[in-house]
Design a protein around this ligand. Structure first.
Ligand code: SF4
Length: 109
C-alpha cells in the first residue's frame, strides 16, 4: 500500500518512466511482430538455400550486410530467389493460415 510519504518527485518520475517504456515496447512488439516472424523465416530459408550468405555475413549478390538485409522489403535477388518480399500484417496472417491448413492436410493424409 502506498502512503503519502512514498509520493516523491523521484518516485513519480520512475512511475511515469516505467509505464511509458513498458507501453512503448509492447506497442512496437505488437506492431512489428509480423516483420520479426518473416525475418526468422528468411534466416531458415537462406540457411537451406544459400548458406554461404550467412557464413560470409553478406549477400553474395548485392554485398549488403545480413541479417540487416533481411529486414528490407525486397525479395532475395538470387535466381531462384531464396525468399519472397516482406508482406504486410494481413497478408502474413493469411499466408500463415494457409500454411497451417496445408500442414494439417499433409499430416492427416
Ligand atoms: S538476398 Fe539472396 S543472395 Fe542475398 S543474402 Fe539473401 S539469400 Fe543470399
Amino acid at each position: 500500500m502506498i502512503s503519502i510519504k512514498d509520493i516523491t518527485p523521484k518516485n513519480i518520475k520512475s512511475f511515469v518512466e516505467g509505464y511509458i517504456r513498458s507501453f512503448m515496447i509492447k506497442f512496437f512488439q505488437n506492431k512489428l511482430e509480423h516483420i520479426h516472424e518473416q525475418v526468422e523465416e528468411r534466416k531458415l530459408l537462406v540457411a537451406e538455400r544459400s548458406p554461404e550468405c550467412l557464413e560470409q555475413g553478406q549477400c553474395k549478390i548485392c554485398k549488403c550486410k545480413i541479417p540487416e538485409l533481411f529486414y528490407a522489403d525486397k525479395p532475395c535477388e538470387n535466381n531462384p530467389p531464396c525468399y519472397p518480399p516482406l508482406v504486410n500484417k494481413d497478408e502474413w496472417t493469411n499466408q500463415k493460415n494457409l500454411k497451417s491448413i496445408y500442414d494439417d492436410l499433409k499430416t492427416n493424409n
